[in-house]
Design a binder for this molecule. Structure first.
Ligand code: B3K
Ligand code: ZN
Length: 874
């Protein structure tokens, strides 16, 4: 099929103002009657065309009359109808097969036929799998939804909107109706039906609206929903306080499912969550996962305004809601937890997922210009880079200015399907600033390189910082424009103190931190009255999503690592220095960087005042994927080995005795503290144990085995298991067997059991993955399980997956083919693990290309997987 292009956008010729949906629900077959109140655009002379996929059409009437067979045609997923007028009512009745739906898009069954429940997933284009409709986000309608089903099998019936009655029907059946008064696009429609339990809470919004908050899940996990309910309440309060955004229905339902293609879905009034991002209890949830639950609950809730009340005109604008909502979630999480740590985590993710995406053949702009399968564009670029673009705008406007702009944005666009231009216009106008130059960021793929060079003129006490930018070419974009890059900076003296800044033309002279904007290819900024040759701290807080190239001497980075008061940039200096140390080991260069890195960290290690979590972050060099990005002809086995030896050097420099003593001082208290202090301790304890394992394996393994046995909570237990398994300790097998038995009926915990083993480094990984595929608990049909084993292997275990003999690729490609037949979205997503293939060394590169090309040559590949493979091979 031809790609869909942004430049081809036309407003809909036909709109739907109101929809009535009646469902007769059943596991094997369900029937849907849809009554659409149509509105025609006078300016366009187009026949009525509705989207519909995999629908068995049972009947069709227009304005109450059965349509003659010649008056409609259904081909290529489009139903075309003659004779419709403005104001016509079209009624269709279709049959669906939920239990046979393995793609988990549209109406499907979660869990077993006997005990499972029915649910829907519509974003992006699932609604057309439920009924005939103009399935595009700029068609906004009110929804009246009536669900009918057997009461015994489906005691709970839910849809988005406010409850509007329930009742009994003949033959043991019952019904429930929901009315959503807020016009919404079809992708926000949802229903759930089955046996579910709930916990609930009353909530009153700041503007005085009483709301019932309800969390639903299968009975055996309902007591694990409390943390999410608390998080929801925190998110609702935060949005009231921060943006004056109130919830707008009488009920807010949230449902957990184990069968879900992504993290969660913001359907109006009826959020649906992958259980992984909703359920939490100390025995099966790690600290990181607790924070992820809080973040995803907030993210979906925030969509109620950034996404639902103001939605997207077309799918090219996806980042309008996703980038903005990620940004809102990041600000919320920073307020709830440690802000510098949150920033470090987010930037790590950006680099690991988005920079790598941007550096490979799947690179695309935050607002892509074309796609074949929109589900392939729910990417780190649209989400994470999109959030960075909002952050830059927010930084430019300041706290109050951004709030003013957001007020304007919501007010102007409430109930509308908007564009990224609408967003920048509202924010700009509310502040009398022209934000249109920011659009350049949205249209260009690739991560800009920011070069910085400093010159100190000792005689004139003048420091000149010359910044230049360059964005490498990407497919279809050979030449890039300069983009406005805000660089937040400070200058440090040799004693580690910040120097006052006197920048020409800058108002706040004498401050120690300032922002300069580079909006041209190159520019020099001159600082006066600089008493000594400074060390610049650049891009503080990661003020722009760029790759900074600055030829710091190792001791300068060490100075920032030791003294920078910007928690993020302190970590960042350590990352830069570690990367330099890595390069030195790889190239046999001089020892200055490794020595500076180890010395600085060894000194920080003994500093009592440093936050445990930050110290753990400082002790972690960039990951193997990021390191691979820094060089052509990457050999993942060698990168793994070099990174290990770098860590070993660090461990030796700190010393086994100091590591051991620190470990003991962090050993678990009897009560599990889920607060920041407890989380920080566990994070550092794990890091210390991992380092100790590199220089005193026997002792570390014994400590890990004991930690496993005595652990309070999943964080310590999983950390210990991971240390044992990755290092192939003799105690590993017993711990794995124990974990397996203990969590036999806990799907989310078992996923971790698969993940730990999928990350065994190097050669042994493949055989382990193959053995685990034969495990009775392994299935390709459950996305979480498939991701846990195959996704982890291919995306998070470079030395295991990228074998020189190509056997990892062959196995993975085979599984992708099988998965594609079941669930194209998941197959396409997992396939992106190949995205970095062009930067591999020649032998692996050829093996990867061969595996992908063979896969692409198979018959009946989905549009999803076909597009991803085609793009990667282009
Ligand atoms: N909007 C959904 C993602 C839908 C993905 C469709 N393939 C979740 C979120 O971003 O909040
Ligand atoms: Zn989202």
């Amino acid at each position: 099929p031809a790609p869909t292009r942004l430049s081809d956008y036309r407003p809909p010729a036909w709109r739907v103002d109101a929809v009535q949906l009646d469902f007769d629900l059943g596991i094997d077959t369900s029937e849907v009657t849809a009554r659409l109140q149509l509105r025609r655009d006078d300016a366009q002379d187009e026949p009525l065309r509705l989207d519909g996929e995999g629908l068995e059409l049972l009947s069709i009437t227009l304005d109450g009359e059965a349509l003659a067979p010649t008056a409609w045609r259904y081909a290529d997923h489009v139903l075309e109808i003659d004779g419709a007028r403005d104001g016509s009512v079209l009624e269709t009745r279709v049959r669906l097969k939920p239990a046979a739906n393995t793609a988990l898009e549209g109406l499907y069954l979660s869990g077993s036929r006997e005990a499972g429940f029915l649910l829907t997933q519509c974003e992006a284009q699932g609604f057309r799998h439920i009924t005939f409709f103009p399935d595009r986000p700029d068609v906004l309608a009110t929804y009246t939804v009536t669900l009918r089903a057997d009461r015994e099998r489906f005691p709970i019936l839910l849809a988005g909107g406010n409850p509007d009655g329930t009742g009994e029907l003949e033959g043991g059946r019952h019904w429930a109706r929901f009315v959503d008064p807020h016009p919404k696009p079809s992708y926000l429609f949802a229903l759930v039906a089955g046996r579910l339990e709930k916990i609930e809470r009353d909530y009153t919004t700041a503007d005085g609206h009483a709301v019932k908050l309800v969390m639903w899940s299968e009975a055996n996990v309902i007591d694990r929903c409390h943390y999410a309910l608390d998080a929801l309440e925190r998110a609702m309060r935060w949005d009231e306080q921060t943006y004056d955004r109130n919830y707008d229905l009488d009920v807010f339902h949230v449902v957990a499912t184990h069968d879900f293609n992504m993290g969660a879905m913001e359907n109006k009034g009826l959020n649906i969550f992958n259980a992984k991002y909703l359920l939490a209890d100390p025995d099966s949830t790690t600290d990181d996962e607790y924070r992820a639950v809080e973040a995803v609950v907030a993210h979906e809730y925030f969509h109620n305004w950034s996404g639902n009340r103001v939605t997207c005109r077309d799918w090219f604008q996806l980042s309008l809601k996703e980038g903005l909502t990620v940004f809102r979630e990041q600000s919320f999480s920073a307020d709830m937890n440690s802000a510098p740590l949150k920033r470090i985590e987010d930037v790590s993710l950006l680099r690991r997922a988005q920079f790598t995406e941007d550096a490979g053949p799947l690179a695309h702009p935050v607002r892509p210009s074309e796609y074949r399968e929109i589900n392939n564009f729910y990417t780190a670029t649209v989400y994470e880079k999109g959030s960075e673009l909002v952050r830059m705008t927010a930084g430019r406007l300041g706290r109050d200015g951004f709030r003013r702009g957001m007020d304007r944005y919501f007010e102007r666009n409430d109930g509308r399907a908007a564009t990224i231009e609408d967003f920048l216009t509202a924010l700009g106008e509310a502040n009398d600033i022209d934000l249109s130059p920011n659009l350049a960021w949205y249209g260009q793929a690739g991560t800009p390189r920011l070069k910085a060079r400093g010159d100190y003129d000792a005689a004139r006490h003048q420091y000149t910082l010359t910044l230049s930018q360059h964005t490498p070419p990407s497919h279809g974009q050979p030449h890039k424009q300069p983009v406005p890059i805000p660089v937040k900076l400070a200058l440090f003296g040799h004693d580690g103190r910040m120097l006052p800044l006197h920048l020409d033309g800058q108002a706040a002279a004498g401050e120690t931190e300032s922002v300069v904007v580079l909006d041209q290819p190159e520019h020099s900024f001159v600082f006066r009255d600089v008493a000594e040759k400074p060390v610049p701290s650049l891009l503080r807080g990661f003020s722009a999503p760029v790759i900074l190239e600055c030829d710091y001497a190792p001791h300068e980075l060490a100075l920032l690592l030791t003294h920078d008061v910007d928690g993020f940039n302190r970590w960042e200096a350590g990352q830069q220095l570690a990367a330099r140390a890595f390069d030195a080991l790889r190239d046999g260069g001089d020892d200055a960087a490794p020595v500076a890195w180890c010395d600085a960290l060894a000194a920080l290690f003994t500093l009592a005042e440093l936050d445990d979590a930050l110290l753990a972050g400082l002790l972690t060099p960039p990951g193997e994927l990021e390191l691979a990005d820094r060089q052509p002809d990457a050999d993942p086995a060698r990168i793994h080995a070099l990174r290990q030896s770098l860590l070993q050097r660090l461990a030796s420099r700190i010393g086994a005795a100091a590591l051991h003593a620190r470990y003991q001082s962090l050993a678990a208290p009897t009560e599990l503290d889920l607060g920041a202090a407890g989380q920080g301790m566990r994070r550092l304890k794990r890091r210390v144990l991992e380092l100790l394992a590199l220089i005193d394996a026997e002792r570390a393994h014994a400590l890990a085995a004991a930690q496993y046995d005595n652990a309070h909570g999943m964080t310590d237990r999983l950390a210990a298991l991971d240390v044992l398994v990755r290092n192939q300790a003799t105690q590993g097998d017993a711990a794995l067997a124990h974990f397996r038995a203990r969590y036999d009926d806990n799907a989310l915990a078992l996923d971790k059991w698969f993940m730990v083993q999928a990350q065994i480094p190097g050669e042994p990984a493949l055989a382990r993955v193959q053995a685990l595929e034969a495990d009775p608990k392994f299935t390709l049909k459950n996305p979480n399980r498939a991701r846990a084993l195959l996704g982890t292997f291919a995306s998070a275990n470079p030395s295991g997956f990228h074998r020189a003999d190509g056997a990892g690729y062959v196995l993975f490609a085979e599984r992708l083919a099988q998965l594609d037949a079941l669930n194209p979205q998941i197959a396409a997503r997992l396939a992106t693990a190949f995205n970095g293939w062009k930067r591999l060394e020649p032998v692996r590169r050829e093996a990867a290309r061969e595996a992908m090309a063979q896969l692409l040559g198979r018959p009946a590949l989905s549009r999803n997987l076909g597009e991803i493979l085609g793009n990667m091979l282009q």
